[in-house]
Design a protein around this ligand. Structure first.
Ligand code: CMP
Length: 140
């Protein structure tokens, strides 16, 4: 089925000037960018996004990292977009990421892991509406 998923190019990958290379991987895999913007998240916006991790020991480091520089948030659309994006990203910890995945090629650590992608249809819906209003999404 055609799905939408939220993708974030994280501060480490933006700092590496890898925005274009990462988006090229999405497009080559058949995913379409139907919304995109660059943002510098503050503590409230990053903390709210990762609210489900609030009690985890890595929460403060995660928010600190996600507010350390600009990010690029996008809505990707395509057949099985959620799973396809997760395959393209590779494992959360770049040490475990398969060769050729975005995290294997661009990420350094589990925090500075280059990209985020929604993990289910429910989180995709929440995450897309967290960053985008309906009129910012351009079906094509
Ligand atoms: P992301 O997909 O953005 O979702 C939550 C993020 O928390 C994850 O990527 C990692 O960058 C970060 N993180 C840090 N430590 C851990 C951990 N032990 N388990 C899962 N995620 C972690």
């Amino acid at each position: 089925a055609t799905e939408r998923t939220l993708s974030i190019i994280k501060p480490d990958a933006v700092a590496k000037n890898a925005i274009g290379e990462i988006i090229a991987r999405f497009e080559k895999a058949g995913l379409k960018v139907v919304a995109a913007k660059m943002l510098h998240l503050d503590n409230d916006k990053a903390g709210g996004f990762y609210a489900e991790h609030k009690e985890r020991p890595f929460f403060n480091d995660l928010v600190g990292f996600m507010t350390s520089g600009p990010v690029v948030v996008q809505v990707l659309e395509g057949e099985n977009a959620i799973a396809k994006n997760r395959d393209l990203m590779g494992a959360t910890n770049p040490k475990d990421a398969e060769p050729g995945t975005i995290r294997a090629d661009f990420a350094e650590t589990i925090d500075a892991n280059a990209v985020h992608g929604s993990d289910s249809p429910e989180s995709a819906e929440r995450e897309i509406s967290y960053f985008f209003s309906n009129d910012e999404i351009c079906p094509r």
